[in-house]
Ligand binder design. Structure first.
Ligand SMILES: *[C@@H]1O[C@H](CO)[C@@H](O)[C@H](O)[C@H]1NC(C)=O
Ligand SMILES: *[C@@H]1O[C@H](CO)[C@@H](O)[C@H](O)[C@H]1NC(C)=O
Ligand SMILES: *[C@@H]1O[C@H](CO)[C@@H](O)[C@H](O)[C@H]1NC(C)=O
Ligand SMILES: *[C@@H]1O[C@H](CO)[C@@H](O)[C@H](O)[C@H]1NC(C)=O
Length: 488
């Protein structure tokens, strides 16, 4: 919405063999902590197969054509170098809810359907008249984030946007997209040209993989347990998606260095024993694709030296903690791989019990731990986080699913903690300011951070944070930071 831009092996296998329980517990001091796979199945979804015409890729070739009339506007692309990761801090916002719908980020899109069993983008496509849904979603792609937002993001002193992309809108040899509505590819190209115009770097992340890599609605498909890892075709196609993104945006002549990195997969549920090995093989395979590209272009020499201007890739800790990936695809075995970890303090019952000062203390500790754990490993950054201390935002746990903040303590309400910032008390705004800056300070001990935002609730909005006074108008201007010593 306008103006609302924004939210190895050895060590590893020991941990893996040690069992996921231990792994999950050990990560509580770090950044894991998104909700476990939802236990409430989507209405009707479990018993439904995709419409029969589209079970096989070949039969589904009639994917909607990307809409014409959207000009990528490559004329505007400035051929400046790629972002100097490792030298400069990443400061960015996630352009969430744009190319992958999420009920809590896009509640009005879901309300508009009039159907309560539409809970993710899969059901959004499945249960609606196709051309009606297609025209609504095309309008959404053209209006949710606009060029003005890119300008405002740059004005706020940020240098990055992270763009969640689903597999079904990336053109691959396998053209099956049903029941998903595809066609946002042309908007992605346009987005990258806008980023270039405003001197912003882009990380494109594969947010939804076939079968769902985590079962969360944010993958496009809400399930009891993820299915991505169960079929080689799913993984295969995700590799193809990665390859297409890498080849397109690694092309310096076409795009300059605007896209700094491609994130190979968002939030795989690596805490599940069947997901972990498939995911780790996938990271290796995506790295193979990156290497082949570099070797083909001559940007990686025989001795393994890589042109620093070459595009990078990002892997994720999959909620098991960056400490479990020390040395994994790290130099000198691998070059140009970064690590993303997500830091929320609201998806775990213990964290919902933290006092406000404890949230700040924990944020500071997480920054220090993450930076330490990542030493000798990968360039690590915090690719998602927020200043909200609650899960009060409607549907953040899934459409029609309530807030654990409320149920955790009898009598506790969300009043004054979500919604329009004008309803926030001065105390709450002051806390948001401190918590925001504590996290910025903490995560800048790593390679940097990318904030997550959402539409309807101001506590998750970057621009409303500036308007309401808890986010500095220019985050790169140190003189505007109000609590520079908050973590010391
Ligand atoms: C095409 O991809 C879909 C997932 O989107 C998968 O179910 C299907 O098996 C794939 N088809 C082929 C021929 O690989
Ligand atoms: C969507 O519907 C819910 C429940 O009916 C309502 O509480 C909410 O305000 C609506 N949100 C929007 C953005 O229309
Ligand atoms: C933000 O602050 C930095 C550091 O002072 C400065 O270089 C940059 O120009 C500022 N950005 C804007 C848009 O004012
Ligand atoms: C994976 O994709 C390639 C095409 O890129 C195809 O040749 C191969 O058969 C696929 N394998 C599986 C298991 O789907």
């Amino acid at each position: 919405m306008k103006g609302n831009f924004v939210g190895f092996f050895v060590l590893f296998f020991i941990l893996f063999l040690g069992g996921t329980d231990a792994t999950r517990k050990s990560s509580s001091k770090t950044c894991r902590l998104k909700k476990d796979v939802p236990t409430v199945p989507a209405a009707g979804q479990q018993s439904l197969a995709p419409s029969t015409a589209c079970v096989n890729g070949a039969a589904c070739a009639a994917a909607p054509a990307p809409s014409s009339g959207v000009t990528p506007g490559r004329g505007a692309v400035v051929q400046r170098p790629r972002f100097p990761y490792g030298e400069q801090k990443i400061r960015g916002v996630n352009l969430g809810g744009w190319f992958v719908l999420e009920p809590w980020v896009n509640p009005s899109m879901f309300n508009q359907t009039g159907k309560d069993f539409i809970v993710d983008e899969w059901t959004y496509g499945y249960y609606q008249t196709r051309d009606v849904a297609q025209s609504i979603i095309e309008h959404h792609w053209d209006t949710w984030i606009t060029e003005d937002d890119f300008e405002a993001i740059a004005q706020a002193g940020l240098n990055h946007v992270r763009i969640p992309m689903p597999y079904w809108s990336v053109p691959t040899a396998n053209t099956s997209t049903m029941p998903f509505l595809s066609g946002s590819w042309s908007r992605l190209l346009r987005a990258v040209s806008w980023a270039s115009k405003y001197d912003l770097s882009v990380i494109i992340d594969i947010h939804g993989a076939p079968g769902s890599q985590n079962g969360y609605d944010n993958s496009g498909l809400r399930l009891d347990s993820p299915q991505w890892q169960t079929a080689p075709e799913n993984v295969n196609r995700t590799l193809q998606v990665f390859s297409v993104l890498l080849n397109e945006f690694g092309n310096f002549d076409k795009w300059g260095g605007t896209v700094g990195a491609i994130e190979a997969l968002n939030e795989p549920a690596a805490f599940l024993p069947d997901v972990l090995p498939v995911t780790n093989q996938y990271w290796h395979d995506t790295y193979g694709i990156l290497r082949d590209l570099r070797i083909g272009k001559g940007t990686e020499s025989a001795d393994g030296t890589v042109d620093p201007n070459e595009i990078k890739m990002v892997i994720m800790d999959g909620f098991i903690g960056v400490q479990n990936y020390k040395g994994f695809l790290a130099p000198p075995q691998a070059e140009g791989v970064m690590m993303d970890t997500h830091c929320y303090q609201i998806f775990n019952p213990d964290q919902l019990m933290l006092s406000q000062p404890d949230h700040i203390t924990q944020a500071c500790a997480i920054g220090a731990n993450t930076a330490t754990d990542a030493v000798g490993g990968l360039w690590t950054f915090v690719g998602e986080w927020s200043a909200s201390p609650t899960d009060c935002t409607p549907w953040i746990n899934g459409r029609f699913i309530g807030s654990d903040w409320v149920t955790a303590v009898e009598g506790r309400t969300c009043d004054g903690l979500t919604g329009a910032w004008q309803t926030f008390s001065d105390d709450f705004k002051d806390f948001l300011a401190q918590y925001f800056e504590a996290q910025v300070m903490a995560y800048e001990q790593t390679q940097g951070w990318i904030y997550w935002f959402t539409e309807t609730v101001d506590e998750w909005s970057y621009s409303k944070g500036i308007e309401g006074g808890w986010i500095p108008a220019n985050i790169s201007d140190m003189s505007l930071r109000r609590f520079p010593d908050i973590c010391s």
